[in-house]
Design a protein around this ligand. Structure first.
Ligand code: FMN
Length: 209
């Protein structure tokens, strides 16, 4: 079987993690993969939060419907977004874009205006939904890279966002939690690893026009 497909069959949403720790060099690969995630307009209005403090992780368990993975996995990642994109954020991005790609002031201004106009055209609620979506792209990227690197993960949407924001002190940082992902290694006795994948056949999920 193709190695990528094999890795995607190998991965599953882990319910029980072992006590094994992800080595630093592997962790850095995962964080770099997150950093390289593409985002709409390239804005990167996000923060990938590594929660290492065991006491904070313990507090997060009841806010995650008692899903013990957030406590037991080697590492815990909370993928958060900016509460909103401010004109300062757009300026910071367009300055980085200009220096990285050596753009002249006129081109930089054009990018700034394009993004500002896009943001002016949507409501704050729409902006929130749009920013949330960006983190799901990061999650997908993380899950795939984890699989390719032989690291286990469990994407978690079943958590109380406002509780997470409070426990992690995100509000004062202008951030909102979107999705959670404990990463590590499956426990030998996690029965879910032996279950076959439940997926509709190719003929049902792919359509050619
Ligand atoms: C966005 C998202 C949120 C999820 N939330 C949870 C969760 O809160 N708890 C959990 O145990 N699994 C969660 N899952 C895992 C899914 O149930 C699982 O990925 C799906 O059933 C497919 O199975 P597999 O990942 O084992 O192949 C989530 C998956 C995704 C993609």
């Amino acid at each position: 079987m193709n190695q990528t497909i094999e890795a995607l069959h190998w991965r599953y949403a882990v319910k029980k993690f072992s006590t094994r720790t992800i080595p630093q060099e592997k962790l850095e690969i995962l964080l770099e993969a997150l950093r390289l995630t593409p985002s709409s307009l390239g804005l990167q209005a996000w923060k990938f939060i590594l929660v290492n403090n065991p006491e904070i992780r313990r507090q997060l368990v009841p806010a995650t419907w008692n899903q013990a993975q957030v406590m037991d996995a080697s590492h815990l990642l909370v993928l958060a977004r900016s509460e909103r994109v401010t004109p300062d954020d757009v300026s910071r991005w367009s300055a980085l874009n200009a220096t990285t790609r050596q753009l002249d002031a006129q081109k930089q201004e054009r990018f700034f205006q394009m993004i500002s106009n896009y943001l002016k055209g949507i409501s704050i609620e729409e902006q929130g939904i749009w920013l949330d979506k960006q983190l799901y792209i990061a999650l997908g990227n993380l899950l795939t890279v984890c699989a390719l690197e032989g690291i286990d993960a469990c994407p978690i949407e079943g958590f109380k966002r406002t509780e997470y924001d409070r426990i992690l002190g995100l509000e004062s940082l202008g951030l909102k939690s979107v999705v959670v992902c404990p990463i590590g290694y499956r426990a030998d006795d996690d029965s879910h690893q032996f279950l076959p994948k439940v997926r509709f056949p190719m003929s049902e999920v792919v359509m050619t026009i």
